[in-house]
Design a protein around this ligand. Sequence first.
Ligand code: FAD
Length: 735
Amino acid sequence: MVAFAVSYWLRSWAKIKERSTSKRLIASCMLRMPCEVKPRFLLLYGSQKGQAQAIAEGIFEEADKHGLVAELSCLNENEKYNLEKESAPVVFIVSTTGDGEPPDNALKFVKSIKKKTLPPDQYQHLTYALLALGDTNYANFCNCGKTIERRLLELGAKQFYATGYADDGVGLELVVDPWLEGLWAAIKQASNKMASDKNDQLKVNVTQTPTLQDVQFNQLSLSDHQPNPENTSNISTGKHAAMVTQTAITKSKPASSETRTDITSAPSLTNSLPPLSELALNVPALPPPFLDVALQEVDAQDKTCGPPNKDALYEVPISKAVKVTSGDAVKTALFLELDVSQYPVNYHPGDAFDVFCPNRAGEVEEMLRRLDLWDKRNHHASISLLKDTKKKGAQVPSHIPDNVSLLYLLTWCLEIRNVPKKAFVRALVEYTDDSTQKRRLQELCSRQGAADYNMFVRDQSLSVLELLSAFPSCRPPLSLLIEHLPKLQPRPYSAASSCLRHQGKVHFVFNVVEFPACSWRPDGRRGLCTGWLFDLISPALQSSGGQLLPKVHVSLRPNCSFRAPSDPSAPLVMVGPGTGVAPFIGFLQQREKQRQENPGVAFGETWLYFGCRHKDKDFLFREELEGFVSSGTLNHLKVCFSRDNEEVEEEVTESSTRPKYVQHKLLFDSKAITSILLQRGGYIYVCGDAKNMAKDVNDTLMEMIKTELQVDQLEAMKTLAMLREEKRYLQDIWG
Ligand code: FAD
């Protein structure tokens, strides 16, 4: 959702050119380049949400300063590059999306290199480095990068630099940062080697430059590159001589006592303790500003409301809203029915709908007041590029419409709840007066302060506004926010209905997300969209009926892979605890209708695994599910309750362990499920929480395969991979 701001990693590298060790290295490389022709390399990216693209663009921007020429292309723009004839090093930056799929703009490329007809020496001439972005909360971590790499190696290409596998689940920068640092030396090394191989004369000087062995390790992990807090000087030495250190900041004495470090107290967002508070810091380079915002008074008040692209969306009334959890349930789940009958919406079970919601009015007002712009809230903002910006390829973000009021801009266009990335924190330093606050912001964006950033900013989902309230002397201009805040994204919700059963209607079920209170958010807060929907329908929930429900803007988000099997006779296993049951309600409604209309057709057996906390508080769609069982549409309904103490399941008699979660229930049925998947050509679908459930189910499936087939871990992994490849093991997960 959020384009990862990486420019700080990249711009800082320019500094290394001035540093003595690397200067020698670059000089030695350049000496080998006749007529000072800069070595070139090809830079290819595949990016879904802009993170991989941002990293690739950052590398592109910095190449020149490192004495290199980068040729940048998106993987799908195959008219711009030719791997078959490429004679320079190739650098791939690729993300993974959905259920381990390639990003849309890499699909064509991945398909082309997967062709079985390619000869094994197709890329024998290629030498490559690859940075894969992924998220370990999802199955198939970095799958796209791994697929590309596997095929490159199978087709004869050689790796010139260790592949980086960056995990958005813990922070991409933990791997991206050191990977980028080592990249320049590795490219030069590879270029030299290719040039010397070609001319068959110059050999790489292994004593002066990092050797291929130095950079060819299989996986770059955090432990490989732990920054040494003692080594805060500007020059790296040894094998990573060309690694870049960022601007070094030494501890300055606080000029005011406003937020003076208190070494007797615990560290917090605003308070650091030794050793961090006494360390010299490596902070990222300042991202160059690139936007100019002019405010214009207008005669008439801006009446624009609703999302910017509303003409392309469906504006539909909520026709029904029900709270489906009991009052004392831990989570509040809401059921919504939207009336889409006035539009030709043809959705399939498995599809989702994007819901477009605004930022909360109170937060928008607070933000405008914080920026001293509340009095100008109705002024129109005209946004253009700064004339003398140093940012290469700078553009006015496409999600900023022309001629809208400030109020509209902050309400509908920018994700003002966004957790500030380190580059943003770095930029905020420049607008902070108080030296203690300045220092703390520097710490939070520095290498040495990475753990504090994770603990107090990232893990707390701290919004920009919350950060600003903790640093009162920080007064950023509006332009800075527009430069750093991403587009306000719609939130998708899986259809919990089939339009065969509910014509002109679509159903959703969702949990109202609750963020716990912390020092800078004493009252906690609700998720943006779920909190907004909750507020919208609350009056109707509380009244005894007759209350007119509001309209919302939505758009269809088809999911072509998470569809019920096309062969109705194939056995089907569905795993959907909590709101993850949503698409399966759609599947089962569709199946019921198909059974009624096709009495002669043999339908395969269906299994549904559902779990929640308490049988009587949050068993979603209980009556409907039991109805499917009665009608024979659902053959096996397996439910478990993680917080009910009484033993409610029949399986308890078979084992001393009470099944708490869906994976425990699956394990009970190990024989039947593995037979469905491995002998009977069946399907398994998993939907819901990405953080724990999907992984636990995956691990359990692996165990089941190991036990039932009597194979080792590797074989079990291969079997699961095969099921995924055949699209018989599908996931639709979020969190
Ligand atoms: P935000 O203000 O955006 O905050 C979200 C943040 O809250 C996340 O970054 C995460 O850190 C945290 N969080 C805590 N609990 C949750 C949680 N349960 N879900 C998401 N984030 C959480 N949600 C449903 O409830 N029902 C659905 O049917 C459903 N279908 C989805 C289908 C798809 C294809 C996808 C990608 C997501 C789906 N989601 C569903 C998740 C949904 O889109 C939102 O992410 C979720 O409702 C939170 O939105 P929010 O604006 O209220 O929270």
